[in-house]
Design a protein around this ligand. Structure first.
Ligand code: B4P
Length: 191
């Protein structure tokens, strides 16, 4: 089993690079952002709760996200592995993920940390906002999301660095160029 965490600030290209990872390695993709947005679309109770946080650029509470993820991981008994996209986003989520995988005697094999300067992140997300219709792709919310990232999510880099599985990936350049760096890091692990 191969378990990959794709990590980075909002707009760093986690979703974009995940699509290429799925294509190349055939892993099960779990994007907490996509899952939460589909709950919002369905206007479920969970979706209404998630929207009240996401539209302000805040993180959805850990327990809500961890329970949602645990349900998915436990269902997937024939998976070759997972790409965790946008999860974990807090140290508590990181610890929950480690505990969850331990039950299946597996672990996070690699954390691909995409590095992109803030100005480029803002430009990308504003551009996406022109077409996405996402309530969180506007300047005010983007600035808040970046602050939340630095306060609550970035400390995970240290967490994984101590585990020895963090790989920094330059997140600027063409999508294919970035993926070449990613594939090199992943191939090093599986070969
Ligand atoms: P996510 O859905 O994870 O979204 P994201 O961080 O905005 O985007 P991503 O990094 O995937 O960017 P993308 O590839 O699309 O989270 C949204 C919200 O959900 C969070 O703010 C939070 O509220 C909530 N949430 C999600 N997970 C949670 C969790 N675990 N706990 C609590 N709350 C959670 O790229 C962005 C844009 O850049 C795209 O338009 C793309 O085309 C462009 N792009 C990508 N690569 C590029 C490149 N190389 N050059 C130029 N443009 C590029």
């Amino acid at each position: 089993m191969l378990n990959i965490v794709i990590f980075g600030a909002p707009g760093s290209g986690k979703g974009t690079q995940s699509e290429k990872l799925i294509e190349r390695y055939g892993l099960q993709h779990i994007s907490t952002g996509d899952l939460l947005r589909s709950e919002i679309k369905a206007n479920s109770e969970l979706g209404q709760l998630a929207d009240s946080y996401m539209s302000k650029g805040q993180l959805v509470p850990d327990k809500v996200v961890v329970d949602m993820l645990e349900a998915l991981v436990s269902k997937c008994n024939k998976c070759k592995g997972f790409i965790f996209d946008g999860f974990p986003r807090t140290i508590a989520q990181g610890e929950a993920l480690d505990a969850m995988l331990k039950k299946y005697t597996v672990k996070v094999d690699v954390v691909l940390s995409l590095k992109v300067p803030d100005e480029e992140l803002i430009t990308r997300l504003l551009k996406r906002g022109e077409v996405s219709g996402r309530s969180d792709d506007n300047r005010e919310t983007i600035v808040n999301r970046l602050q939340v990232y630095y306060d609550q999510t970035a400390p995970l880099k240290d967490y994984y660095s101590k585990q020895g599985n963090l790989v920094e990936i330059p997140g600027q350049g063409s999508i294919d160029e970035i993926f070449t760096h990613i594939a090199t890091a992943v191939d090093r692990i599986i070969n």
